[in-house]
Write a protein that binds this ligand. Structure first.
Ligand code: HEM
Length: 137
């Protein structure tokens, strides 16, 4: 019989605050230089990148270290940007590449797993991508 239980990837070693900060800063540095993602982020974050980076460090610190520092509403934050499945795919590819470049292998696997889960959730909320709810009527 097929085992359909969901397996959460957990890091084997503790992820430090320095690991989180490095990942976030290198990732958004690459986002800003990316031909697809750069303009989408710049349109929204011009002049307030520092606050975004600090918020994203808090977000990933909460996810990876359970620090509870992030208390925002990511679903609301992503509305009104015209995001589609292709932009999410580019975000995920760049995030995965960055995590593998800057993190230990088990930490990278953890971050990539969580990024995919959260991206799925965001896309479902935005009604885009293959898992979007398509209600009758
Ligand atoms: C298509 C891909 C994505 C784009 C273009 C994008 C873009 C953005 C932008 C522009 C903001 C700033 C909103 C604002 O302050 O006005 C933001 C916030 C945020 N993003 Fe994304 N994002 C993407 C995917 C993701 C994914 C996959 C995650 C999580 C794994 C994520 C997590 C967050 C969080 C936590 C915030 C902060 C929300 C808040 O509390 O204000 N984003 N994103």
């Amino acid at each position: 019989m097929t085992d359909t239980r969901i397996r959460l990837v957990e890091p084997k070693a503790e992820i430090s605050e320095a690991d989180v900060t490095r990942l976030v800063h290198v990732f958004y540095g690459r986002v800003r230089a990316d031909a697809v993602l750069g303009p989408v982020f710049e349109a929204r974050l011009a002049g307030r990148w520092d606050g975004h980076l600090a918020r994203m460090v808090d977000f990933w610190s909460s996810v990876a270290r359970g620090t509870g520092r992030y208390q925002g509403k990511p679903h609301l934050a992503h509305r009104g940007m015209g995001l589609d499945a292709a932009i999410f795919a580019r975000w995920l590819a760049l995030f995965e590449e960055t995590a593998r470049d800057v993190c230990a292998p088990d930490a990278a696997a953890f971050f990539v797993d969580r990024a995919h889960r959260i991206a799925d959730s965001l896309m479902i909320g935005l009604g885009i991508g293959p898992k979007a709810l398509r209600l009758p009527g």
